[in-house]
Design a protein around this ligand. Structure first.
Ligand SMILES: Cc1cc2nc3c(=O)[nH]c(=O)nc-3n(C[C@H](O)[C@H](O)[C@H](O)COP(=O)(O)OP(=O)(O)OC[C@H]3O[C@@H](n4cnc5c(N)ncnc54)[C@H](O)[C@@H]3O)c2cc1C
Length: 329
């Protein structure tokens, strides 16, 4: 019987494991894919936008070659942190079900076995369901909902659909490295400058504008995407005009959603928010309405790595205190 099972080994799950280890909790982390899997899925060579102090699990432990780390430096940092601190993480082991079998007693089923724990911390991020456009042809092999690298697309008609930073970064990689790149986006997203609205960050937008000036990128102001064909894409312009463009590869980067089914099956309440559906939780304790079930990280209302790392430093001592209190009674 574990004191705590943590689901997911992204920055939130790793931070929680480190705190649990420091406080001598009997814990285990179960991770579906690889340590830091969301970062593993960032584009190869990406420089992240957060500063070092926002990404570090402990102060003065991350030393990138330049001001901000690349995907590779960050992934190496989190992986080495897990290994060097001997954190108890089992990766390539997806959790499939969590059931409450009594007060302070949960049964956690994974693809490899069954575990019991007094508390469960969900740190499973929000990458489970990449959003789809729902148009004809979206299931063609040339259509991707994740962008990881550019070199297979040199001199190919490559289109990115989306209005956020991930779409902007993908379009920039493609344009800069020789693809015939088009960013198809709504004008309001392209013109948005408030970072709180999830727009393209200015240090991505400015080089995108340079690529536009050099004719290495097109920006297409969308009404909507109508149909994806094997060698073409049918779009409606913002003016309502229908346009058919040659297209070899399409990246649909319009966000992703968490799978809250396991939480909902446990009876955890959810609500609508500006990020979509999120679990309801106490803003101080991060405990949900189901006692012993905690949430942290990117599927809550804390959307950045800094919050994913900081929140466990508040949550885990509270869980440890419950055991101290029980011992002293
Ligand atoms: C291209 C890109 C660039 C970004 N750059 C930045 C940046 O510069 N700064 C920043 O703050 N944020 C950035 N983000 C967002 C950042 O990646 C997330 O905020 C961060 O990963 C959240 O950490 P997390 O631990 O909450 O979730 P995640 O890192 O998503 O970790 C969740 C983990 O849970 C695992 N998991 C899911 N389901 C299960 C299951 N059923 N069983 C077991 N394990 C499961 C997943 O495999 C995953 O490893 C970026 C995102 C993208 C896509």
């Amino acid at each position: 019987m574990f004191d705590l099972i943590i689901i997911g080994a992204g920055p939130a799950g790793i931070s929680a494991a480190f705190e649990a280890q420091k406080l001598n909790l009997n814990y285990l982390v179960l991770e579906k894919n690889l340590i830091g899997n969301t970062i593993y899925q960032y584009p190869v060579g990406l420089t992240v936008f957060s500063t070092v102090n926002e990404l570090e699990l402990q102060p003065n432990t991350l030393f990138p070659a330049r001001e901000k780390p690349t995907r590779e430096e960050l992934l190496s940092y989190y992986t080495r942190f897990v290994l060097e601190n001997n954190l108890d993480i089992q990766w390539e082991e997806a959790v499939t079900k969590v059931e409450k079998s009594g007060a302070n007693h949960f049964v956690i089923s994974s693809v490899k076995g069954e575990y019991e724990a007094a508390n469960v911390l969900f740190a499973f991020g929000a990458m489970q369901y990449p959003r789809h456009l729902g148009v004809k042809g979206e299931d063609l092999p040339k259509v991707h909902h994740l962008f990881t690298e550019t070199y297979p697309y040199v001199k190919k008609n490559a289109m990115v659909v989306g209005g956020g930073n991930s779409a902007g970064e993908a379009a920039l990689f493609l344009a800069a490295e020789g693809a015939l790149a088009t960013l198809a986006t709504f004008r309001k997203d392209w013109e948005e400058t408030d970072p709180k609205q999830g727009c393209i960050k200015h240090w991505v937008k400015e080089p995108l504008e340079q690529q536009l000036e050099k004719n290495c990128l097109d920006v297409f102001f969308l009404g909507s995407v109508l149909e994806i064909k094997e060698k073409e894409i049918v779009l409606e312009e913002e003016s309502g005009e229908i346009v058919v463009l040659p297209n070899d590869v399409l990246f649909i980067l319009i966000g992703s959603d968490a799978d809250l089914t396991m939480l909902e099956n446990l009876g955890v309440e959810t609500k609508d928010s500006k990020y979509g559906e999120v679990p309801v939780y106490d803003k101080e304790t991060f405990e949900t309405n189901v006692a012993g079930v905690y949430v942290v990280g990117h599927f809550t209302e804390e959307r950045h790595i800094v919050g994913a790392i900081e929140m466990p430093k508040r949550i885990i001592p509270q869980i440890a205190a419950k055991f101290e209190k029980a011992k002293s009674v």
